[in-house]
Write a protein that binds this ligand. Structure first.
Ligand SMILES: Cc1cc2nc3c(=O)[nH]c(=O)nc-3n(C[C@H](O)[C@H](O)[C@H](O)COP(=O)(O)OP(=O)(O)OC[C@H]3O[C@@H](n4cnc5c(N)ncnc54)[C@H](O)[C@@H]3O)c2cc1C
Length: 403
């Protein structure tokens, strides 16, 4: 295992750090102000379009895409330290076209879409001309078990007809969202893991109705999470992603690298929180001494540094395994970092909130938002317990084989 940065990563790291300090951090308040001024809070603010232009001109674009020649041609291990840098700002990933849910959607389009589907959907997504959503989770069933999905995809001549209710469909409220990747059952009586399919649906197809704009701990973020009704939505049969019955397999393919990206960003969140914690501890005086002089605060700082460095190494190892042995072999490690990185980030943010006192729960700093995000992301893309279940199963298998 060699985690030394490649010359290309080194170069991109310097460029990205410069981009973050010159453009992204100063743009954070402008981004919020422009969203507040827009008639539609889900519309992309102009400052983001400006940031994206700069990023693109500097070659800081689609760094996440490890498939074929469509992205920057980085390995997962090369991308990991870069994702962390942009993860320090909650607008960083969007600025370089590396934000969820589009990254996961672009991944599966690169892996499973036909050349025609790629031309129609993947190319404009990579160019950031359109945005996309992923509709798997349903309000009525425990969706961490994808076999529970009840939405239907029924063949009718040259078309499929889609019915079902989805929620937490992130991104669907963005007016630039033109594509929904919909998961439903195409063969409810088939073998358990072949019942589901995924199909590409134009977001303006008749029969799609966004019922609610769902909050995340009271926040309504720019992307928007929709509760969406699909009623007799018709799409051409050619819109099937992969073969009928591939839905479960594609869901696994989508979530593998996606989870890795979440972990990398989580390290960025944690670094930002630690940075804010240290600054505040040095400048805030209580009982005649800066908070940084208190043993308990020093311990929070030291523990945070130690825990962040642990998850970084774990993430590098998972990335290295994905690159060298494939996503399947890295399953347990990827599950581990999705859980460990987000838990760690949440704990570090929690300490930083405490050091800030009331300011920590206000919206004067990014901490309250990071607190909500790092909590919610222990549920999104599979709850922690489901990843731990995967890990335990794989671990026990080793012993069962030898028993
Ligand atoms: C901010 C946010 C954004 C999201 N974006 C999207 C999106 O874009 N598209 C989309 O399709 N979905 C999205 N989701 C939904 C998310 O993927 C689901 O919420 C998640 O998969 C869990 O499904 P569920 O909510 O139905 O929980 P359930 O399946 O009902 O599970 C509830 C709880 O049960 C426990 N549990 C479940 N299984 C086990 C087990 N095996 N062992 C022990 N405990 C268990 C866990 O604690 C879990 O949290 C998003 C969610 C959030 C919060």
């Amino acid at each position: 295992m060699d985690f030394a940065l490649s010359p290309r990563t080194e170069e991109l790291k310097v460029e990205l750090e410069r981009f973050m300090s010159e453009h992204v951090y100063p743009a954070e308040p402008v981004y919020d102000a422009q969203i507040a001024e827009n008639d539609n809070p889900h519309e992309q603010p102009q400052i983001m379009r400006d940031l994206q232009k700069i990023a693109r001109d500097r070659g800081l674009w689609n760094l996440f895409m490890t498939h074929g020649d469509r992205g920057a041609g980085l390995t997962n291990l090369e991308y990991a330290p870069l994702a962390e840098i942009v993860g320090r700002s909650i607008i960083g990933n969007e600025a370089i076209n590396c934000s969820a849910p589009d990254t996961g959607n672009m991944e599966i389009l690169a892996m499973y879409a036909t050349p025609e589907q790629q031309r129609q959907w993947l190319d404009p997504l990579l160019a950031c001309e359109i945005r996309s959503a992923f509709a798997m989770t349903e309000p009525e069933v425990a969706s961490s078990d994808a076999t529970n999905i009840t939405s239907t995809i029924t063949r009718d001549g040259d078309e499929y007809v889609l019915n079902g209710r989805k929620w937490y469909t992130s991104g669907i409220l963005d007016p630039d969202c033109k594509l929904v990747i919909f998961m439903g059952k195409s063969d409810p009586d088939g073998p358990t893991y072949r019942q589901q399919s995924m199909i590409l649906v134009p977001a303006d197809a008749p029969g799609i109705e966004v019922l609610r704009d769902l909050p995340m701990f009271g926040y309504r973020d720019r992307l928007g999470h929709g509760e969406v009704q699909f009623t007799d939505v018709r799409v051409p049969a050619a819109n099937m992603l992969g073969e009928e019955g591939d839905g479960f397999k594609i869901a696994q393919g989508r979530l593998g690298p996606g989870r890795m990206h979440y972990a990398m960003r989580a390290i960025g969140f944690a670094e930002r929180a630690l940075d804010l914690m240290c600054r505040r501890a040095l400048s805030r005086v209580a009982f005649k001494e800066p908070l940084a002089e208190r043993g308990v605060v020093r311990e929070w700082i030291a523990r945070s540094r130690m825990e962040i460095d642990q998850i970084r190494l774990l993430t590098f190892r998972a990335a290295w395994l994905m690159d060298t042995q494939g996503n399947k072999s890295a399953r347990s490690d990827v599950a581990a970092i999705k859980v460990a990185a987000m838990e760690t980030a949440h704990r570090v943010v929690d300490r930083a909130v405490q050091v800030h006192g009331a300011a920590g729960v206000s919206d004067d700093t990014v901490l309250a938002r990071l607190y909500a995000i790092t909590r919610a992301l222990q549920i999104a893309d599979g709850p922690n317990e489901v990843h731990l279940r995967t890990m335990a199963r794989l671990e026990l298998k080793k012993h069962e084989a030898g028993a």
